[in-house]
Design a protein around this ligand. Structure first.
Ligand SMILES: *Cc1c(COP(=O)(O)O)cnc(C)c1O
Length: 224
């Protein structure tokens, strides 16, 4: 399917005045499709699978900002550490430690979001409110062990549902946590990014306070 350029520019015109960053989710889409969108001006792309991100990064322009949005296994962090721009899916201290270790090896500081579980579905990964608070306390208490990561906010997925009130209430909860921890003072953590909203619910996400949306199928068409 060819890229719908008109739709892409309409979406950017809707988002940019609001200060919302568009991450174009290109998982399972070809290098050619990504390049087409790149040529329209898009620079932020999101991928869910490590090998796919590594492959595409090697074939596409170097100024693309690659966002990792899928579930990340600790043993695969090393492959994306040299090239990733922002990891949205940090859901444990163990993973954060490994990102720190690999970032340090590359001489980089890797930006991270903590993934929060707000949806009803059991299968969605992420921390709950207590786990979030515990993780941040641990990082604060041993900040010297996390000098190669920077925690810049939160990511969450709403339930896969067209029940607007339900999804909005999940987003509201996420925004409340974001605001609560925004005041945390740490050398390697300062919340500025709330990644919330996908093709089906990004409008609700933005109205509930998101400033980064992850949009795939709306832009690229359905994934097979
Ligand atoms: C696939 C995916 C998206 C994009 O989903 P669409 O419904 O195609 O917009 C966003 N976020 C995450 C975490 C995803 O896995």
């Amino acid at each position: 399917m060819a890229l719908n350029k008109k739709l892409y520019h309409q979406l950017q015109q809707e988002l940019s005045p609001k200060g919302v960053t568009l991450v174009a989710v290109s998982k399972l889409k070809s290098v050619e499709e990504i390049l087409e969108m790149y040529n329209e001006g898009q620079r932020d792309f999101g991928e869910n699978y490590v090998q796919e991100l590594v492959d595409k990064q090697s074939k596409l322009p170097a100024d693309i900002r690659w966002h990792f949005i899928g579930h990340l296994q600790t043993n695969k962090v090393k492959f994306i550490a040299p090239i990733v721009h922002l990891i949205h899916s940090v859901d444990s201290l163990k993973l954060l430690k490994e990102i720190n270790k690999q970032a340090n090896k590359c001489g980089r500081i890797i930006n991270c979001l903590l993934q929060i579980h707000v949806a009803k579905e059991e299968t969605k990964f992420g921390l709950n409110e207590n786990e979030l608070s515990e993780l941040l306390i641990q990082v604060r208490e041993s900040a010297s062990n996390y000098q190669s990561v920077f925690i810049q906010g939160l990511m969450g997925m709403g339930s896969f549902s067209d029940n607007e009130q339900e999804v909005r209430s999940e987003f509201k909860l996420l925004k409340t946590m974001f605001d609560q921890f925004k005041t945390y003072e740490m050398p390697n953590c300062r919340f500025s990014t709330l990644s919330m909203g996908m093709s089906g619910d990004y409008k609700w996400g933005i109205e509930e306070g998101s400033n980064m949306v992850r949009i795939g199928s709306l832009l690229f068409g359905a994934r097979s």
